[in-house]
Design a protein around this ligand. Structure first.
Ligand SMILES: Nc1ncnc2c1ncn2[C@@H]1O[C@H](COP(=O)(O)OP(=O)(O)OP(=O)(O)O)[C@@H](O)[C@H]1O
Length: 306
């Protein structure tokens, strides 16, 4: 069982502090979604874990060791950082073969990972003829080549079509079920919600959250009810009198903030307003994430103390 451990990690590029003293552990057996606005420091953190950059201070280790000190790195960690990285004039299969040979991996793995990523029929084509989605698949194939216990993917859904997005979701879930440590950055919130068990959220280089997905949703989103009745205007007045915030949406339904369906149903019954539709709205990761990063933006925008 191998974890990724990030401890008091800081990276400065000149006067830019890309990563600012973050500490978290990515545990095996689950998919950890790595979220944050553009420039939050996700790619920098991944590069530091992979030894592609040196921390200004702090450490990033895999199973207690730095990437540089791993004896067989591709058997320990598979990573997809930049799908454009492969030699464009090679075929997909030759690219993977070269990687396998230079890292002492069994050549038989090449056909296995081509199959696993749906690239078998394109294996003999040059990479320059691949679509962005195919390059993503090839990058994932390379990450899986050494059958590693730790997998780190930066925006793997980039360029994938809907079928590819379902495929990657299932792949990530399976890798976690097999007990691997899976860290996946994404800017697609609802997509992340469909595969992640756990979330690490960065904002301006700092750690904003390190929490199970469910707890994150519960903590950062509020309950909301959508209701349609035979007398919407009257219902809205009654809701407002009771202190609720209720607004019409574009479909003409009422959205009631900080409310539960059972309370709104009871209120409508007391008022004698027939209800046609009534439902609790489930919190979306996007809602929760925006609530969290909005707080961060306010905090970050506050004037610094003398
Ligand atoms: N090599 C570099 N030189 C200078 N600044 C850099 C370098 N790499 C990253 N940065 C800066 O560090 C900050 C964090 O960037 P990073 O790419 O890690 O963010 P990110 O969360 O991955 O964002 P995105 O989702 O846009 O990829 C940004 O302000 C970026 O401009």
């Amino acid at each position: 069982m191998t974890s990724i451990e990030v401890a008091a990690l800081t990276k400065e590029y000149g006067s830019t502090r890309a990563v600012d003293g973050i500490t978290f552990t990515v545990a095996p057996g689950r998919v950890t979604g790595f979220l944050g606005p553009n420039g939050a420091g996700k790619s920098t953190t991944m590069r530091l874990v992979l030894g592609l950059d040196r921390p200004t201070s702090g450490t990033a280790t895999i199973g207690g060791r730095t990437y540089a000190s791993l004896t067989d790195p591709l058997r320990q960690v598979g990573a997809l950082l930049d799908a454009q990285n492969a030699h464009a004039s090679r075929t997909g299969r030759n690219h993977l073969r070269a990687l396998a040979v230079s890292n002492g991996l069994a050549p038989g793995r090449v056909d296995e990972v081509l199959e696993e990523t749906g690239l078998t029929s394109a294996a003999k084509r040059r990479i320059k003829t691949y679509s962005l989605g195919m390059r993503q698949r090839l990058g994932i194939a390379a990450a899986l080549l050494g059958d590693p216990p730790v997998i780190m993917l930066d925006e793997p859904s980039n360029g994938l079509d809907p079928e590819g997005i379902i495929w990657i979701r299932e792949l990530l879930r399976r890798l976690a079920r097999e007990g691997r440590t899976v860290l996946v950055s994404s800017h697609l919130m609802n997509e992340t919600a469909s595969f992640a068990d756990h979330l690490v959220v960065l904002g301006r280089g700092r750690l904003l959250a390190d929490t199970p997905m469910r707890a994150f949703l519960d903590a950062h989103s509020h309950a909301r009810v959508r209701v349609r009745s035979a007398e919407q205007t009257r219902l809205r007045q009654a809701l407002i009198q009771q202190g609720y915030v209720a607004e019409f949406d574009e479909d003409g339904k009422l959205t009631v903030e900080d409310a539960k369906a059972e309370d709104i149903g009871a209120l409508a019954a007391r008022e004698g307003v027939p209800i046609l539709e009534l439902a609790d709205e489930t919190a979306s990761l996007e809602q929760a994430y925006l609530a969290l990063t909005a707080q961060d933006a306010e905090f970050a925008a506050a004037p610094s103390r003398p």
